[in-house]
Write a protein that binds this ligand. Structure first.
Ligand code: GLN
Length: 304
């Protein structure tokens, strides 16, 4: 499979299509990003790596970090995390409050904000230095000791994060947050502010394509079953109320963030990261979705 030629061809095509998306200006700092950025990087298990466009420029990974925080909590605590949150697609926007009332403060899944806030709470309860320990985990996955949070982006989101404050307090009222909501949100905003480029992202996620094992040394990050389960959650919940559409058009597990990044995983084959900052109405990268749709169509490879 000549991934390089396919990526080059689709990159040239999508680069010039009209971008109908909008920057995520609700977090002021994200509106300063150059919306022309467009980068792609693929990391494969057996056919090498390839990047094109702005694939070495860092961006705010935002909700993509929810997969990594889930992986760390799952690795540490195993199945008992599922007492605190569900595994069903929500069919609602990422920051929605509506289901929490009827669900008694149990978020539908770990990839909506409510679920990631509960995972943040779990990590705070079980890590000695949550911010440092999480960073060390992601650095070890991407083999890059320089990765860091963006204090500007975290501070910017803290200023306008009223919905996340509401979500965290609402969940706490049902008894599903153990720690002080201010501390939980502070950690959550830092997780979202993590900055990575497409190359680092596709490298860090490669263990999801490799049955839970880090490729450099075969170290088990998650069991085979745990990796399968997180891939299943990315498939069913990774794009909020557009998860069905992503499965329909792309056919891979994946996760988006409002910084315009998307990671997609082809188990036993590759991971691919795409970044283009303008978002469609559901909060997913407009060009990123278009690119991945063409990529699995042209390569004729998907999990289905
Ligand atoms: N930090 C963002 C928020 O909480 C993450 C949302 C996203 O990337 N979908 O609103």
């Amino acid at each position: 499979m000549n991934f390089k030629a396919i990526i080059e061809e689709i990159y040239q095509k999508i680069k010039v299509v009209e971008d109908k998306g909008e920057l995520a200006s609700y977090i002021p700092e994200l509106a300063y990003v150059d919306s022309e950025n467009f980068g792609i990087h693929i990391s494969t298990l057996e056919q090498g790596n390839f990047g094109i466009g702005n694939y070495t420029d860092k961006f705010s990974i935002q909700s993509i970090s929810k997969v990594l925080s889930l992986a760390l909590a799952y690795r540490m605590l195993g199945e008992k995390i599922w007492k605190r949150l569900g595994v069903e697609p929500s069919g609602t926007p990422f920051n929605s409050l509506v289901q929490l009332e009827v669900d008694n403060g149990i978020p539908r899944n770990p990839f909506i904000n409510a679920g990631a806030i509960v995972i943040s709470d779990i990590l705070i309860s079980h890590l000695e230095n949550p911010k440092d320990d999480f960073l060390a985990f992601v650095r070890s996955l991407s083999n890059n000791s320089e990765l860091n949070y963006s204090h500007e982006v975290a501070a910017s989101e803290k200023e306008i994060g009223f919905r996340n404050v509401a979500l965290c307090n609402f969940i706490k009222s049902f008894g599903n947050i153990e720690n002080d909501p201010t501390e939980v949100l502070d950690f959550y905003f830092d997780l979202c502010s993590l900055e990575m480029n497409c190359q680092e992202l596709s490298e860090a996620f490669l263990f999801f394509a490799n049955n839970g094992r880090r490729t450099v040394d075969n170290l088990s990050i998650l069991t085979k079953s745990q990796a399968k389960r997180i891939n299943a959650l990315m498939q069913t919940c990774g794009f909020y109320d557009e998860s069905g559409e992503f499965a329909f058009k792309v056919g891979l597990p994946g996760k988006s963030g409002v910084g315009g990044g998307i990671i997609a995983v082809h188990p036993n084959q590759y991971t691919i990261a795409v970044w283009s900052p303008k978002l469609n109405k559901k909060g997913n990268s407009y060009k990123g979705m278009r690119f991945l749709e063409d990529f699995t169509t042209k390569s004729e490879l998907s999990i289905f």
